[in-house]
Design a protein around this ligand. Structure first.
Ligand code: NAD
Length: 284
């Protein structure tokens, strides 16, 4: 396939490299000169059958679509893999369709490690026939491609999942600090909760204290992993979606405040599980 790839940052760079390694003809563009082979975005989309965007925010995606849609061949499939607002995802989809193209939202989980190893999970919102076209292309960059439903459903799945994750990491961290204060060892709490009803990914894979899960970022000075700043971004998107859907997501918005305060105190670049250190400090 001829693929135009816009946004060659931490995620987009290795994703585009994996597409090329799988035999696709990739023309990449980034506003930072030298990252891609194309010198302007139109050059990257002009002959493409599929255009992939991996950009910082919804504003970037909508602006980018505005400048390239008219220059792509009719019927080109536009796949946005960025994490953006559900409303922006739907607007981007509509703009592409209005310009005579196909579109899908396909945000990812798996981070830079997954992008590099081609083991990402894609959550796709698209019409059935557009999903069928996108799936083999996305498979070259990931291990799992899930069709979540209509356009926008991929972004919805991503922010709902990350709202669960953001809240559950705080709950697990508060429990560890409480255990410490009550004289219960971290290992003992882990042994009980990891096989009891407190079991969750935040505990058993990304355990916020060093020791029980040797591969978790807590054992590596909280190097991400998944940075607090990115969790904060996703919780902001979840809060915005909850507001526009009229959902009272009380813990989701409280979690956003908790991570924001931690980021303001300098924790933005640390793995989000480092939130346990802030809770411990406040409990000293
Ligand atoms: P990044 O900032 O490293 O990369 C974004 C790139 O887009 C930059 O190189 C920037 O120069 C480029 N860019 C901006 N405007 C552009 C335009 N108009 N045309 C072409 N290029 C443009 O960010 P990232 O970490 O690669 O993340 C990209 C997206 O993936 C974000 O939406 C993020 O939320 C999401 N995401 C990131 C991770 C992660 O672990 N980094 C995990 C899951 C999802």
């Amino acid at each position: 396939m001829r693929i135009g790839f816009l946004g060659l940052g931490n995620m987009g760079g290795p994703m585009a490299a994996n597409l090329a390694a799988a035999g696709h003809e990739v023309t990449g563009y980034d506003v930072v000169p030298g990252l891609g082979t194309a010198t302007d975005p139109v050059q990257a989309v002009r002959d493409a059958e599929v255009v992939i965007t991996m950009l910082p925010s919804g504003r970037h995606v909508l602006d980018c679509y505005e400048s390239v849609l008219a220059h792509a061949k009719p019927g080109t499939l536009f796949v946005d893999c960025s994490t953006i607002d559900v409303t922006d995802a739907r607007a981007a989809h509509q703009a592409a369709v209005r310009a005579g193209h196909r579109a899908a939202d396909a945000p990812v989980s798996g981070g830079v490690v997954g992008a590099t190893a081609a083991t990402l999970t894609f959550m796709v919102g698209a019409r059935e026939e557009d999903f069928a076209l996108a799936e083999p292309v996305l498979s070259a960059m990931g291990r799992k491609v899930v069709h979540c439903g209509h356009p926008g459903a991929g972004q919805a799945a991503k922010i709902c999942n990350n709202m669960i994750l953001g809240v559950s990491m705080i709950a697990v961290s508060e429990a560890f600090v409480l255990a410490e204060k009550l004289g219960l060892s971290e290992q003992a709490l882990y042994e009980v909760a990891s096989t009891a009803s407190g079991q969750c990914w935040a505990l058993t894979t990304n355990c916020p204290v060093p020791g029980p899960v040797p591969t978790s970022p807590a054992n590596n000075e909280y190097r991400p992993g998944f940075a607090t700043a990115l969790m904060l971004k996703d919780l902001g998107l979840a809060a915005s979606a909850a507001r526009s859907a009229g959902v009272d997501a009380e813990l989701g918005s409280l979690a956003e405040q908790v991570y924001r305060r931690f980021a303001e105190q300098g924790g933005g670049g640390q793995d989000f599980s480092a939130i346990v250190t802030a809770i411990r400090e406040r409990s000293a």
